[in-house]
Design a protein around this ligand. Structure first.
Ligand SMILES: Cc1cc2nc3c(=O)[nH]c(=O)nc-3n(C[C@H](O)[C@H](O)[C@H](O)COP(=O)(O)O)c2cc1C
Length: 160
């Protein structure tokens, strides 16, 4: 089985999850690559595509949305999983994903996983620090990462 993990990441947490997923799929004997996605990134030929995205301001990045739109036809022919890295949980997290991606993709998805989020306050850009303070009321590091969700995603990929 070949697996492509397409991700975007502003501060590295989503990237680290994407790489962990790829390494674990490879160590189970498959071929897996983690690829940073931009607006014009073509989706590679793969049996399974995993889309990994952080949420900023309630949505996944425009660059990733552009990539999904550009590759819509290909993605609808592939087995698809999503993982979302964000601080919101439950319905709120699900809504942030469903409201951001092209509407045809959610019903086609084989599963969405919410892996939590990570904010390292000191490394944030000035503007992001203001948003965190003023909108979210957060002025310290936050780590809600959930390894059980990463395990569940890897198991779902391997079982597909
Ligand atoms: C400026 C800023 C805005 C954010 N906005 C949201 C948001 O709207 N909803 C949410 O659930 N998480 C939000 N987050 C949390 C990020 O999605 C989370 O920290 C994520 O793990 C970051 O991933 P990255 O390190 O790959 O960029 C925000 C974080 C920052 C710094």
């Amino acid at each position: 089985m070949t697996v492509a993990v397409l991700y975007t990441s502003r501060y590295g947490f989503t990237e680290s999850v994407a790489q962990t997923v790829a390494v674990r799929v490879e160590s189970a004997g498959h071929t897996a690559t983690a690829i940073e996605a931009h607006r014009w990134t073509p989706v590679p030929e793969a049996d399974v595509v995993v889309i990994g995205a952080p949420i900023y301001g309630g949505a996944i990045s425009g660059g990733l949305v552009g990539c999904l739109e550009l590759n819509l036809g290909t993605l609808l022919d592939q087995k698809l999983f999503f993982f979302l890295s964000c601080l919101n949980e439950g319905d709120k997290a699900e809504r942030q994903l469903a409201d951001s991606v092209p509407p045809q993709l959610m019903p086609h998805s084989s599963g969405s996983f919410y892996v939590g989020g990570r904010v390292q306050f000191d490394v944030l850009r000035w503007m992001d620090r203001q948003v965190m303070r003023k909108v979210a009321g957060i002025d310290a590091d936050v780590d809600t990462s959930d390894p059980t969700q990463i395990d569940a995603l890897v198991q779902a990929i391997l079982a597909s």
